[in-house]
Ligand binder design. Structure first.
Ligand SMILES: Cc1ncc(COP(=O)(O)O)c(C=O)c1O
Length: 397
């Protein structure tokens, strides 16, 4: 039971999903508009000054976006959410609202490829220092902190190697040194992990993934304190302008109604696929937090309420075997992205994590032959029946 007196499944069904007060329509309308009419000059001026509530222009706020923001904020147990045009827009806007030229960031070595590119490429061009460490070892984070450190940033579990970071430890370090902590919670969704409950300051999501859940849109969400999110809304969201379209916000709201049940099935299927792969003679190593063999299985049990639908593995025979496997599956789609209804298989080194150099991938523990799967909602026996002959072709087993 959360602070608002509802369980997750109930929040997913009701918060931000209220019937339209004007007509009683059980599904709220899509406010597909760019601007809002002011009844008078004084009213328009008062809204701009923030003296009166009321909508102005969709980049500054929109009722459909507000409904989505309330929904995800409630699921994350946060105070305020903000919707963005993409996960990268959420990540870059949140980070740029925290740091200025001359500031320093401590981030994990293993993050999504474009997040890596944003941190090490774009931000450093603007005079922000970035040190990449293994946040799974809190002493590395503590050691990297400097007087100008303003942000600790990580993913947990990290894309693509499903490595966990102890969020309680990161929050403790952040609070001790007055540094903002931000985590990318895309892989777990708020159904399996609520970082704010562990003391993390802000959560970012690629809502393209599980929140939307149907592979039909690109979106991002951030959640945190009212004060911090108001700051993001008034600065980097407003002035960089990565606003989400109302139709996409409405589609995500529709997706969220089934998020708890989808996550449950994603996880059940992923567990079975992980066990199948772990027992397969052609497989060298499986990365899935739900497996007892995962080195951080205990941490996963402590800070997550489920293990999610993402897994990765290496084949005996390395990349060439992986290529044959990925070229041989029929039901699984060879595609990047994750968290949609169908199973997706991809090669991080040449696809999602290609913005990293081979050295950076190696430092992050991403093997060149690693294969990543987003386990979908098909019958799990059909997923395994698709993988089985492809594995035989790839490894001889
Ligand atoms: C963990 C993670 N964070 C952020 C992103 C970026 O999200 P988007 O593609 O919605 O910009 C991705 C995309 O794959 C991701 O996997």
């Amino acid at each position: 039971m959360d602070k608002d007196g509802m369980r997750l499944e109930t929040k997913a069904t009701h918060i931000g999903q209220e019937p339209d007060p004007l007509t009683g329509s059980i599904v709220s309308p899509i406010y597909q508009t760019s601007t809002f009419v002011f009844p008078s000059v004084d009213e328009g001026a008062a809204r701009f000054k923030g003296e009166r509530d009321g909508y102005i222009y969709t980049r500054l706020g929109n009722p459909t976006l507000a409904a989505l923001e309330r929904s995800v904020s409630a699921l994350e147990n946060g105070e305020k959410g903000l919707a963005f045009a993409s996960g990268m827009s959420a990540i870059s806007s949140v980070i740029m609202a925290i740091v200025s030229a001359g500031d320093h960031i401590v981030a994990d070595k293993c993050v999504y490829g474009c997040t890596f590119a944003f941190l090490t490429g774009i931000l450093t061009r603007f005079g922000v220092e970035v040190d990449l460490v293994n946040c799974s070892e809190p002493e590395q984070v503590e050691k990297a902190i400097k007087p100008n450190t303003k942000l600790i940033y990580f993913e947990s579990p990290a894309n693509p190697v499903l490595k966990m970071v102890d969020m309680e430890a990161m929050a403790r370090i952040g609070k001790k040194h007055d540094i903002t902590t931000v985590v990318d919670n895309t892989f777990m969704s708020p159904i399996f992990q609520r970082p704010l409950d562990w003391g993390i300051d802000a959560v970012v999501h690629s809502a393209t993934k599980y929140l939307g859940g149907h592979g039909d849109l690109i979106a991002g969400i951030a959640v945190g304190s009212h004060e911090f999110m108001e700051h993001v809304a008034a600065t980097t969201l407003k002035d960089l302008g990565g606003v989400l379209g109302p139709l996409d916000a409405w589609l995500i709201l529709r997706g969220i109604k089934t998020l708890p049940v989808r996550m449950e099935r994603h996880e059940q299927n992923a567990m079975k696929v992980a066990e199948f792969l772990e027992n397969h003679k052609g497989v060298e190593k499986v990365y899935y937090p739900g497996l007892v063999s995962h080195p951080q299985h205990e941490l996963a049990k402590k800070q997550m309420t489920g293990f999610g639908g993402m897994l990765a593995f290496e084949l005996k025979g390395g990349f060439e075997a992986g290529r044959t496997l990925m070229d041989s599956v029929r039901l699984c789609h060879l595609a990047v992205s994750l968290g949609e209804t169908g199973t997706l298989i991809e090669h991080p080194a040449s696809m999602t994590h290609s913005p990293m150099t081979p050295e950076a991938r190696s430092a992050a523990g991403i093997a060149e032959g690693l294969v990543r799967i987003s386990v979908g909602l098909e019958h799990v026996d059909d997923i395994i029946s698709d993988l089985s002959p492809a594995l035989k072709k790839a490894t001889g087993f």
